[in-house]
Design a protein around this ligand. Structure first.
Ligand code: SF4
Ligand code: SF4
Length: 347
């Protein structure tokens, strides 16, 4: 979706914004997502914390092997967040209903219907696709990292360890796989059916059906149906989402409304925003240029040193050859003189 369309939608929605409504019971009056777009329903009550989804994500995205194997569930003892090497992580939570059975919840990019990351990116490095995934294009990214600040779910991460071509990293909802008709890696690998892939509209119906058939098992809230204008990733739980560290204060307004509001509330930012970002862009480019020059300078110095060393070696070799030649001549002359003198004596 283009930024223009986002802002257009946000503007249209602004007139009927349900300010202050909770996402729990509200209906979405904003952009309701592309028809037939895909999503995933994560039924948290079925997740056993096996980390198969993490392993599959690592494999299909060809991410670096972690220090701790995916079969080691001791990592669940710490709260983790996504990283440039792990686009999804599972966290363990205390179960206030039954202390013997912990609750596990998988986190990753929620693929918002109107993503905050896309709405703040002035070079349009993020795009909401018609299929559902929110994709990132590193070739246009200028590294301002405003997307990281804007994401309400704290998802995008950055390759701080890469000096020359760092990228923002996050889940792609396995876009390359789903356009080929394959399931996202995590969904395919989940042994318990805790992850269900499908059309977002169908998933909402399935979620409602599960809640109505087992009201004692689920709370009456499909997380992601309305939060921040809705997300492609949806969640069902047996306990309030807040107990799982999930934000329940997000409301139902899509991100572009918040970012527009936030920016217009800070006049200096409105006026200077393009200038600031252009400045960051220029600084980044200058840094690259300086690094490039430094690299060229180093190569030049190395070549010159190599040349000087070779010349010195050649001069030394020539000098030695000259000395050897002179010694050989002296020796030959001496021998000839000795032979002549010997012939004279004998004659
Ligand atoms: S969860 Fe964050 S990174 Fe993912 S689409 Fe939404 S705003 Fe963007
Ligand atoms: S693979 Fe399924 S059951 Fe295992 S941790 Fe991931 S979501 Fe939970």
């Amino acid at each position: 979706m283009s930024r223009r369309k986002f802002l257009g939608l946000a503007g249209a929605a602004g007139a009927s914004a349900l300010i202050g409504s909770s996402a729990h019971s509200a209906s979405n009056k904003h952009f309701e997502g592309y028809p037939n777009s895909f999503g995933v329903l994560h039924d948290i009550t079925l997740c056993v914390g096996c980390r198969s989804c993490e392993a599959a994500c690592n494999r299909v995205n060809e991410l670096p092997q972690p220090d701790v194997s995916f079969s080691d569930v001791s990592v669940l003892e710490q709260k983790r967040r996504t990283s440039s090497d792990a686009f999804t992580v599972v966290n363990k939570h205390a179960n206030l209903k039954n202390s013997k059975v912990p609750i596990f919840n998988k986190i990753q990019c929620n693929h918002c219907l109107e993503p905050a990351c896309a709405s703040v990116c002035f070079v349009k490095a993020f795009k909401k696709t018609e299929q559902g995934p929110v994709l990132y294009d590193p070739s246009v990214c200028v590294g301002c990292r405003y997307c990281m600040v804007a994401c309400p779910f704290d998802i995008p991460t950055y390759e701080y360890d890469k000096a020359f071509t760092p990228r923002v990293r996050k889940c792609t909802l396995c876009y390359p796989r789903i356009i080929e008709g394959l399931l996202p890696g995590c969904v395919e690998s989940c042994p318990t059916g805790a992850l269900k892939f499908g059309k977002r509209d169908d998933l909402i119906k399935i979620a409602r059906d599960r809640i109505s058939k087992k009201p004692e098992k689920y709370i009456e809230h499909i997380y992601g149906e309305h939060e921040m204008g809705g997300t492609s990733w949806l969640y069902l739980s047996g306990v309030p989402f807040k107990q799982l560290g999930m934000r329940e204060d997000l409301g139902i307004k899509p991100a572009p409304e918040y970012t527009a509001g936030a920016l217009s509330g800070v006049p200096i930012v409105v006026g200077l925003w393009p200038v600031l970002l252009t400045g960051i862009y220029a600084m980044t480019k200058r840094k690259e240029k300086v690094a490039d020059l430094e690299k060229k300078e180093c190569v030049k110095e190395a070549i010159e040193k190599e040349k000087a060393d070779a010349n010195a070696k050649l001069a030394k070799a020539m000098e030695k050859a000259e000395t050897d030649k002179k010694t050989a001549i002296d020796k030959a002359v001496k021998k000839a003189l000795e032979e002549a003198s010997k012939a004279k004596v004998e004659g």
